[in-house]
Design a protein around this ligand. Structure first.
Ligand code: KDG
Length: 311
């Protein structure tokens, strides 16, 4: 049984090459992309075993997702398979300062949106040391909302929850109303400073944001990130950590990399180690195209020691 079980939707991400607008792209790169499976992949690469639960369509697009996650060592044995429905996709146009990137979802009616919580192997979830969820899933459909509530209820150990607000799914008010009752049952609550502000009106520096989130929802640990620049985590004590300078190729998935690093470090040695690994993984993710961070323990140690890997 894996140490961590992540639950959520994974799509195929179709990206135009950097500098090419979607409206004129002649080819699109295909990447397997899902906030929770990104976390499972990074954990697995760091040797924290991970499983992923979702619902996929039984066709070549679903098989592609299964194959890529399995290739990263993620246990996909509990994925539910649909005959109909479809695999969600999304299109990405890469931004370059000062032009923002563009994301177009095509995921309504996906196999995951129609998941039935009664079909999930909850015994598998109960045996994990941690369950990782995100605020994307409850925004997908009523049955996904039920699934997340059930997962929190069934989990016997750590529940890690990344707020992950997605404006293309719902409004801040809708998201806040749906997430608030769930957040008061999680162990680790992770949010960007922007999401904490938009959804919960929590403003100010990451340290105060983390404290305010903990006061509001009472998780064991509240973590607030400010892009790659800074992160703070509050439990009995508050820890802070500066991020690393990055040469960014692709920022999508950096928040998931942070969550994976945090969870990996937290499970091994507590909050401070979690923060340390979180900021390293977020920085490393920026250097890879696609959603996944192709990290190894050696990469983490190189960043932590300021080593140039060529030496
Ligand atoms: O964090 C990256 C993910 O958000 C992205 O790959 C797509 O999971 C996704 C979503 O639902 O937005």
């Amino acid at each position: 049984m894996p140490d961590v079980v992540a639950i959520g939707e994974t799509m195929l991400r179709l990206s135009a090459p950097a500098g090419v607008p979607l409206e004129s792209a002649t080819h699109l790169a295909v990447h397997v992309a899902g906030a929770e499976s990104n976390v499972a992949v990074a954990l697995s690469r760091l040797k924290t075993s991970a499983g992923w639960i979702s619902r996929l369509t039984d066709n070549p697009l679903g098989w592609r997702i299964q194959a890529d996650l399995r290739a990263q060592g993620v246990d996909v044995s509990r994925v539910l398979w649909a005959r109909g429905d479809r695999v969600g996709t999304y299109f990405v146009e890469m931004g370059r300062t000062p032009r923002p990137g563009r994301v177009l979802y095509d995921r309504v009616g996906s196999a995951m949106a129609a998941i039935n919580a009664d079909e999930v192997d909850w015994a598998y979830v109960r045996e994990a040391k941690a369950v990782h969820l995100s605020g994307i899933t409850p925004g997908l459909s009523p049955s996904c909302r039920e699934l997340v509530a059930r997962a929190i209820h069934e989990a016997k150990a750590v529940v890690s929850f990344d707020v992950n607000y997605r404006a293309r799914l719902w409004s801040p008010a809708e998201a806040a109303a749906a997430l608030a009752p769930l957040l008061s049952h999680v162990t680790i609550l992770i949010s960007t400073a922007a999401d904490a502000r938009q959804l919960f009106g929590i403003d100010g520096p990451a340290r105060l944001g983390a404290q305010a989130l903990r006061d509001r929802f009472h998780p064991d640990v509240a973590v607030v990130t400010d892009g790659v620049h800074f992160a703070a985590a509050t439990s009995q004590r508050t820890f802070e950590r500066d991020g690393y300078q990055v040469e960014s190729i692709d920022r999508i998935g950096a928040g998931d990399a942070f969550a994976a690093g945090f969870l990996h470090g937290y499970l091994a040695a507590g909050v401070e180690r979690g923060l340390e690994y979180g900021v390293v993984l977020a920085a490393l993710k920026h250097t890879y195209l696609g959603d996944m961070v192709w990290v190894s323990e050696e990469d983490v140690q190189n960043v932590l020691s300021g080593q140039d890997a060529w030496r």
